[in-house]
Design a protein around this ligand. Structure first.
Ligand code: AHR
Length: 656
């Protein structure tokens, strides 16, 4: 067919395609800034980053543990949350029935002496309404019950007469029945443990647990627990939330706080001793800083187990006799020191030792390798901090010479006035300040204790509930920590988790509810640093009139069979940048095949993720076909970019 014969419709289409093509080209990135990044990858100038550099900080805040990673579905399972004086509030438990059919009240008749409150339920009806009367627990803003999955109920009951109870998992209004079983309470007036597996025949994300009865009589209840059968390694952790942590490859786990460790008042601080042993016997406690009750199913032992499951070094932050409002005088601190030494024996002692045997009885005969402890949290300015600190420091040094101790006092600008292996450094600030803090540790003395940046984040208006902007400033800050990792040994973002129903602290790295979860941009940013711990860092220089908006670092790291030179560049500004990267000193050649680039960006710098759009701001990986020692790339405005150059020889890292 000759040109003359081409129908006008086809010509129209071709013209349309041409115009569309022009529009596409017009919307491609037009770099208005240029920059040159030089990497000197010669082995003589490379330095190993500590194996421990990037980890996580888990605090019991925002219902991160209770109603979070700890999979227990019943809230206030021991009826202790209303306090020791009875009658007490049984919230969030509630009643099915009315005054004429049921009377429910707490009393102090439990078989567990440490948590003596129990619930007495008196059924008043002979001819009870269909479905019976009883009690229900909605869990933590609803239980996620899923079709085909099994749930294990355990409860302690006591009744003078033999009674049948119906245990059900239902929708929040009780109308949809997801699973049901009848259990018989023998009328021996003895506390008995009842166990019942329930398999769901439907899915409901906001379910409740019901315990009902059709017959007049009295039954006492205590320690009512409902655990999903499927938890991570069977250790009681919510699998999908653990997998978010595993994706960070955390090298350490700092726990359990934060302010949670201190308490507003010492009487409400976390007590390790009361959080171990059989879960039924744990008293639980009210965390008065973050204002909620925890049954302490996630206790000291479980935190150590969590660290082991994550392959992370445990960092035990203990209370040093200081809370937000009261303090133990150094003259009277000795029993607190003894208590902490016992906690270390619990973790590290042999299975024959006093406390090690308790650990062994809980299922872990092998010691947990606690190598770091933090003496308090944010308490440096407190009256008795130094005095108490020294008592703990000296006792621990003597008993466990290998344990590294972390002081609450900042040693980044002036030397500490007391001995320490590490000092804690916390920063919550706006994005510009944190971006500029990428050089903070450049000015720090190279001698003395090393820094543990155990809490960092951009907050307030720059962060919203987790913005791209926040993550860019944090990424820049972390490149500074990598470069200064001769004196910065560890770093972790804070806080780690938030249950969407209790957003006490914004922003957080991982947001969840009973059945959904997503990572904020700050979470995704951290995934791009997960290969840095233990990698080799190389010097870089940036030349540009725009360098005040750029931050970068370069490392070599290795996966199972390939070495990579990873160059990370943050473009904190609003201009696109044409960046020339030139690398010298490499002992291997760059292989374009296998090289990749990853970018974390979005249309608007304040963009956030959400349950409905969980990866609106998430890393996008693609091939880097022009990978070479000299290459040209374009950085989008407000973007965090990594360039992974595959190196031809896999032995490169090992040799350094
Ligand atoms: O991460 C939230 C809180 O911030 C921590 O509990 C405390 O250490 C800091 O003030």
């Amino acid at each position: 067919m000759g040109f003359k014969e081409v129908p006008s419709a086809i010509i129209f289409c071709l013209l349309l395609l041409f115009c569309l093509g022009c529009r596409c080209l017009a919307s491609e990135l037009v770099a208005t800034q240029t920059a040159t990044l030089k990497v000197d990858a010669s082995p003589q100038l490379a330095r190993k980053i500590p194996e421990t550099l990037f980890g996580i900080f888990f605090e019991e805040i925002n219902h991160a543990g209770a109603g979070g990673i700890w999979a227990e579905l019943v809230s206030n399972r021991g009826f202790e949350a209303g306090g020791p004086h009875t009658p007490s509030n049984i919230d969030p438990w509630s009643i099915i029935g009315d005054d004429s059919s049921i009377f429910v009240a707490t009393d102090r008749t439990s078989c567990f002496s440490q948590n003596i409150v129990a619930l007495r339920m008196e059924v008043l009806c002979d001819d009870c309404p269909t479905g019976g009367v009883g009690i229900y627990n909605p869990g933590f803003w609803g239980m996620n019950i899923e079709d085909g999955k099994a749930y294990n109920l355990v409860m302690y009951v006591n009744s003078p007469e033999t009674t049948d109870l119906t245990i059900s998992l239902t929708s929040s209004d009780g109308l949809q029945n997801l699973a049901s079983a009848t259990v018989t309470v023998s009328g021996a007036s003895n506390w008995t443990k009842l166990e019942q597996k329930l398999v769901a025949k439907g899915t409901n994300r906001t379910s409740r647990l019901q315990i009902t009865c059709n017959k007049k009589g009295v039954v006492w209840f205590d320690q009512v627990s409902l655990m999903p059968e499927d938890t991570y390694k069977g250790h009681g952790f919510r699998t999908e939330l653990i997998s978010m942590l595993l994706d960070l490859k955390p090298r350490f786990l700092r726990f359990p706080g934060g302010c949670f460790v201190e308490g507003d008042w010492l009487r409400n601080a976390f007590r390790w001793r009361e959080s171990i042993g059989p879960w039924e016997e744990r008293p639980g406690h009210f965390g008065d800083v973050w204002h909620y009750w925890t049954d302490d199913g996630l206790g000291y032992y479980e935190f150590l187990q969590l660290a082991e499951d994550l392959g992370a070094a445990p960092i035990w932050v203990f209370n040093n006799g200081v809370s937000h409002n009261d303090e133990v005088d150094t003259a009277a601190i000795a029993p607190f020191v003894k208590d902490v030494l016992d906690s270390l024996e619990f973790a590290r002692g042999s299975a024959n030792s006093t406390w090690g045997s308790v650990r062994a009885s809980m299922g872990h005969p092998e010691p947990f390798p606690v190598k770091y402890v933090a003496i308090g949290n944010e308490d440096c300015g407190k009256k008795f901090y130094r005095g108490n600190y020294l008592k703990f420091y000296n006792a621990i040094r003597q008993a466990y010479p290998d344990i590294q101790m972390i002081s609450n006092c900042d040693g980044s600008s002036k030397p500490l006035d007391h001995p320490a292996d590490l000092y804690d450094f916390h920063v919550y600030t706006d994005s510009k300040t944190l971006f500029n803090m990428r050089t903070t540790f450049d000015r720090t003395s190279r001698s003395g204790p090393k820094a543990f940046v155990s809490e960092y984040a951009v907050w307030r208006s720059d962060a919203g509930r987790g913005s791209l902007l926040a993550s860019l400033a944090e990424a820049a800050f972390l490149t500074g920590l990598e470069k200064n990792s001769d004196i910065v040994q560890m770093a972790s973002y804070a806080p780690l988790f938030v249950n969407d129903n209790d957003q006490t602290w914004n922003p957080d790295a991982i947001v969840f509810n009973s059945w959904q979860h997503y990572g904020t941009p700050s979470y995704w940013m951290q995934t791009l640093f997960r290969e840095s711990s233990g990698a080799m860092i190389h010097p870089i220089t940036i030349s540009s009139g725009y360098s005040g908006s750029l931050a970068a670092s370069a490392i070599t790291w290795q996966d199972s069979d390939t070495s990579y030179l990873r160059i990370k560049v943050v473009n904190f500004g609003s201009d696109a940048v044409s960046l020339t990267i030139s690398t010298s000193g490499l002992e291997a050649s760059v292989n374009a095949l296998g090289s990749t680039t990853t970018v974390l960006t979005s249309a608007n710098v304040m963009d956030e993720n959400s349950f409905s759009n969980p990866t609106k701001v998430a890393p996008v990986k693609s091939e880097l076909s022009n990978a070479a020692e000299q290459m040209q790339v374009t950085l989008a405005p407000h973007s965090f970019n990594t360039f992974d150059l595959a190196l031809a020889q896999s032995k490169l890292v090992a040799e350094m």
